[in-house]
Ligand binder design. Sequence first.
Ligand code: GLU
Length: 210
Amino acid sequence: MCGVVGFIGSENTAEILFNGLKTLEYRGYDSAGLALCQNNSFHILKAVGKLENLLREMQKNSSLAATMGIGHIRWATHGAPSLANAHPHVSNDGKTVLVHNGIIENYKELKADLSAKGYRFSSDTDTEVAVVQIEDELKSAASFPQAVRQAMQKFRGAFAFLIMNKDNPQMLVAAKRNAPLLVGRGEKGMMAASDVPALAGHVSKFAYLD
Ligand code: GLU
């Protein structure tokens, strides 16, 4: 079990994501990471081990003023705990970035199909297959959310995703099947997370996604 947190709004995104991840530490993890969207570009920070290691990476990048971002604490199921396997993972074209909780059971066959189409992989995770699958679906889908829907139909297992795409800088997509994921709305923004404490202080209303 691990945790995901996402925020889109006007507050200090990096701090909100980090504090949200702190509240999810009880779930157990071996590495952590953030993707921050600022001026239509993604900044990815990752660290193996405790969240304090991620905090050091954040302090080196303290000038980032993102208005949207996603965060993750990983409990490795596919691939060793390492920087290469830590989330967020990025599509081959660099346009889509994703964090993932859970397992994609059929990732090997999806990876073989995507590799045959020429896509490359730089981690051992099932997660990277998901972001590349979405990249491939974007070629035929009418929209970013539609590409995620198409990809979700191909995944087997239990999982929750938070996803951003450079061509849709005002949008954070949350998708899940058989894994916990909440969405919340506050005055300064909207959030999604694996558990209620991560939303505390930032939202006035929240709902569990079916
Ligand atoms: N299966 C993914 C991985 O090994 C996600 C694990 C998790 O839920 O943290 O990276």
